[in-house]
Design a protein around this ligand. Structure first.
Ligand code: FEO
Length: 394
């Protein structure tokens, strides 16, 4: 079973909705499934497919292509080499041996390495080059690092559609073609947090390229399309800016309740001082939600108990992820308890070299926290408020 839909004259959505997938990259939770969007563009002289699908969904993609009666394919535009969009490419090329793969030179190299596609199948394009399908014209716009080095976007001039692949995408399975703004904000933010956030600076540059286009639609390769491009561009502008919010993210893990008591106390103190708190019990919590919280927050406070003289492994995982995601967080601290000693603070600090944060004095309690520890937590809350005020956000 398959289906396709014509979204504009000669522009067909032929991608696959993956309602049941619950994990991406064996790491990222997919509470709402995902989709691998692909598009057939029929010009008066040539026909192109933009992106393909995850290899597990090749059969569905092929049925969708068959469903629109596709007999000949001149080009497969590959905006991004990652397998969830390129994985069906070998089968597509087998079925349509006349097709050339159109991509950036870096993408060609990656596709040769990952999928063993022979060099003669490629037609590489330079930044801003055009390709005519007859009455339709592609303009290829290099948008690197969204989120691999080879990524580009494809602009269909006549229809004013930007096919942006992962850029502006969301892991959100829906039968709706177009994004409902009330619903899609969170899935798109989640996607940005998990995939795009580490490349914030270059995303700002890419946004300027997109803003300069005459756009009626952005069609990413995950999730619904944006028929109001300004909505998603504005959201990306906000998230990728250096502006932070008067918020503290507190991921924590507590074995015997002492660290939890400290988190409770700090949280109450922060809220009483007018600071927003996003708190996560790390054990079993959704890392995507935590990543989303890190998009905006000015401060990260990691709460951890002590295991074998270091942080709990779950807290270490959060430190590793935060370091990899490189949020724009300005301040950080560590709170927690220990039984007899340890090097928790040093271990965590050493795990986060990419976070450009100012460390605020950690608070570690021996065993059950006492009056002195709670006073230290009050001082931490005061210090966070002072730092936020200096930034003009509190
Ligand atoms: Fe959706 Fe980077 O692949």
């Amino acid at each position: 079973m398959g289906f396709s839909r014509e979204i504009r004259p000669g522009v067909f959505s032929v991608g696959v909705i993956d309602w049941d997938r619950r994990l991406f990259d064996e790491l990222i939770p997919l509470p709402d499934g995902t989709s691998y969007n692909a598009y057939i563009i029929e010009g008066s002289e040539k026909t192109a497919l933009i992106d393909t699908a995850d290899p597990q969904m090749t059969e569905v993609l092929m049925k969708n292509l068959e469903g629109i009666g596709l007999e000949r394919l001149d080009y497969v535009v590959t905006n991004h080499a990652e397998q969830d969009h390129s994985g069906s490419l070998p089968t597509v090329l087998e079925r349509f041996p006349e097709a050339q793969v159109v991509c950036t030179p870096r993408c060609q190299k990656l596709l040769e390495e990952h999928l063993r596609i022979p060099a003669e199948k490629f037609e590489t394009v330079e930044d801003r080059k055009t390709l005519s399908l007859g009455d339709k014209t592609f303009e290829f716009i290099y948008t690197p690092w969204v989120h691999w080095p080879e990524t580009m976007s494809t602009y269909l001039r006549e229809e004013k559609i930007l096919f942006s692949c992962d850029f502006f995408g969301s892991h959100y399975a829906t039968s709706d073609l177009f994004a409902d703004k009330r619903i899609i904000y969170e899935p798109v933010k989640r996607y940005y947090a998990e995939i795009m956030m580490p490349f914030r600076a270059i995303i700002r540059k890419n946004l300027k390229l997109v803003e300069a286009l005459d756009l009626e639609m952005i069609a990413p390769s995950h999730g619904p399309f944006h028929d109001d491009p300004s909505f998603i561009i504005e959201a990306y502008r906000d998230w990728s800016s250096e502006e932070v919010k008067n918020e503290v993210v507190i991921p924590y893990v507590s074995m015997h309740g002492s660290t939890k008591l400290m988190v409770d106390h700090l949280m109450d103190g922060l809220i009483a001082r007018g600071i927003g708190v996003k708190r996560f019990d790390i054990s079993g919590s959704d890392v995507g939600k935590m990543a989303m919280a890190l998009v905006d927050a000015a401060t990260l406070v990691l709460g951890t108990c002590t295991v074998l003289a270091g942080p709990h492994p779950n807290a270490a995982q959060v430190a590793f992820l935060a370091n990899a995601l490189r949020p724009k967080t300005k301040f950080a601290s560590i709170i927690g308890s220990y039984g007899w000693g340890g090097k928790t603070v040093k271990v965590i600090q050493d795990m986060m070299p990419h976070l450009k944060v100012e460390m605020i004095e950690p608070v570690l309690a021996k065993g059950l926290p006492g009056e002195e520890d709670f006073l230290a937590l009050d001082r931490l809350a005061d210090e966070i408020l002072k730092k936020h005020r200096e930034l003009g956000i509190a």
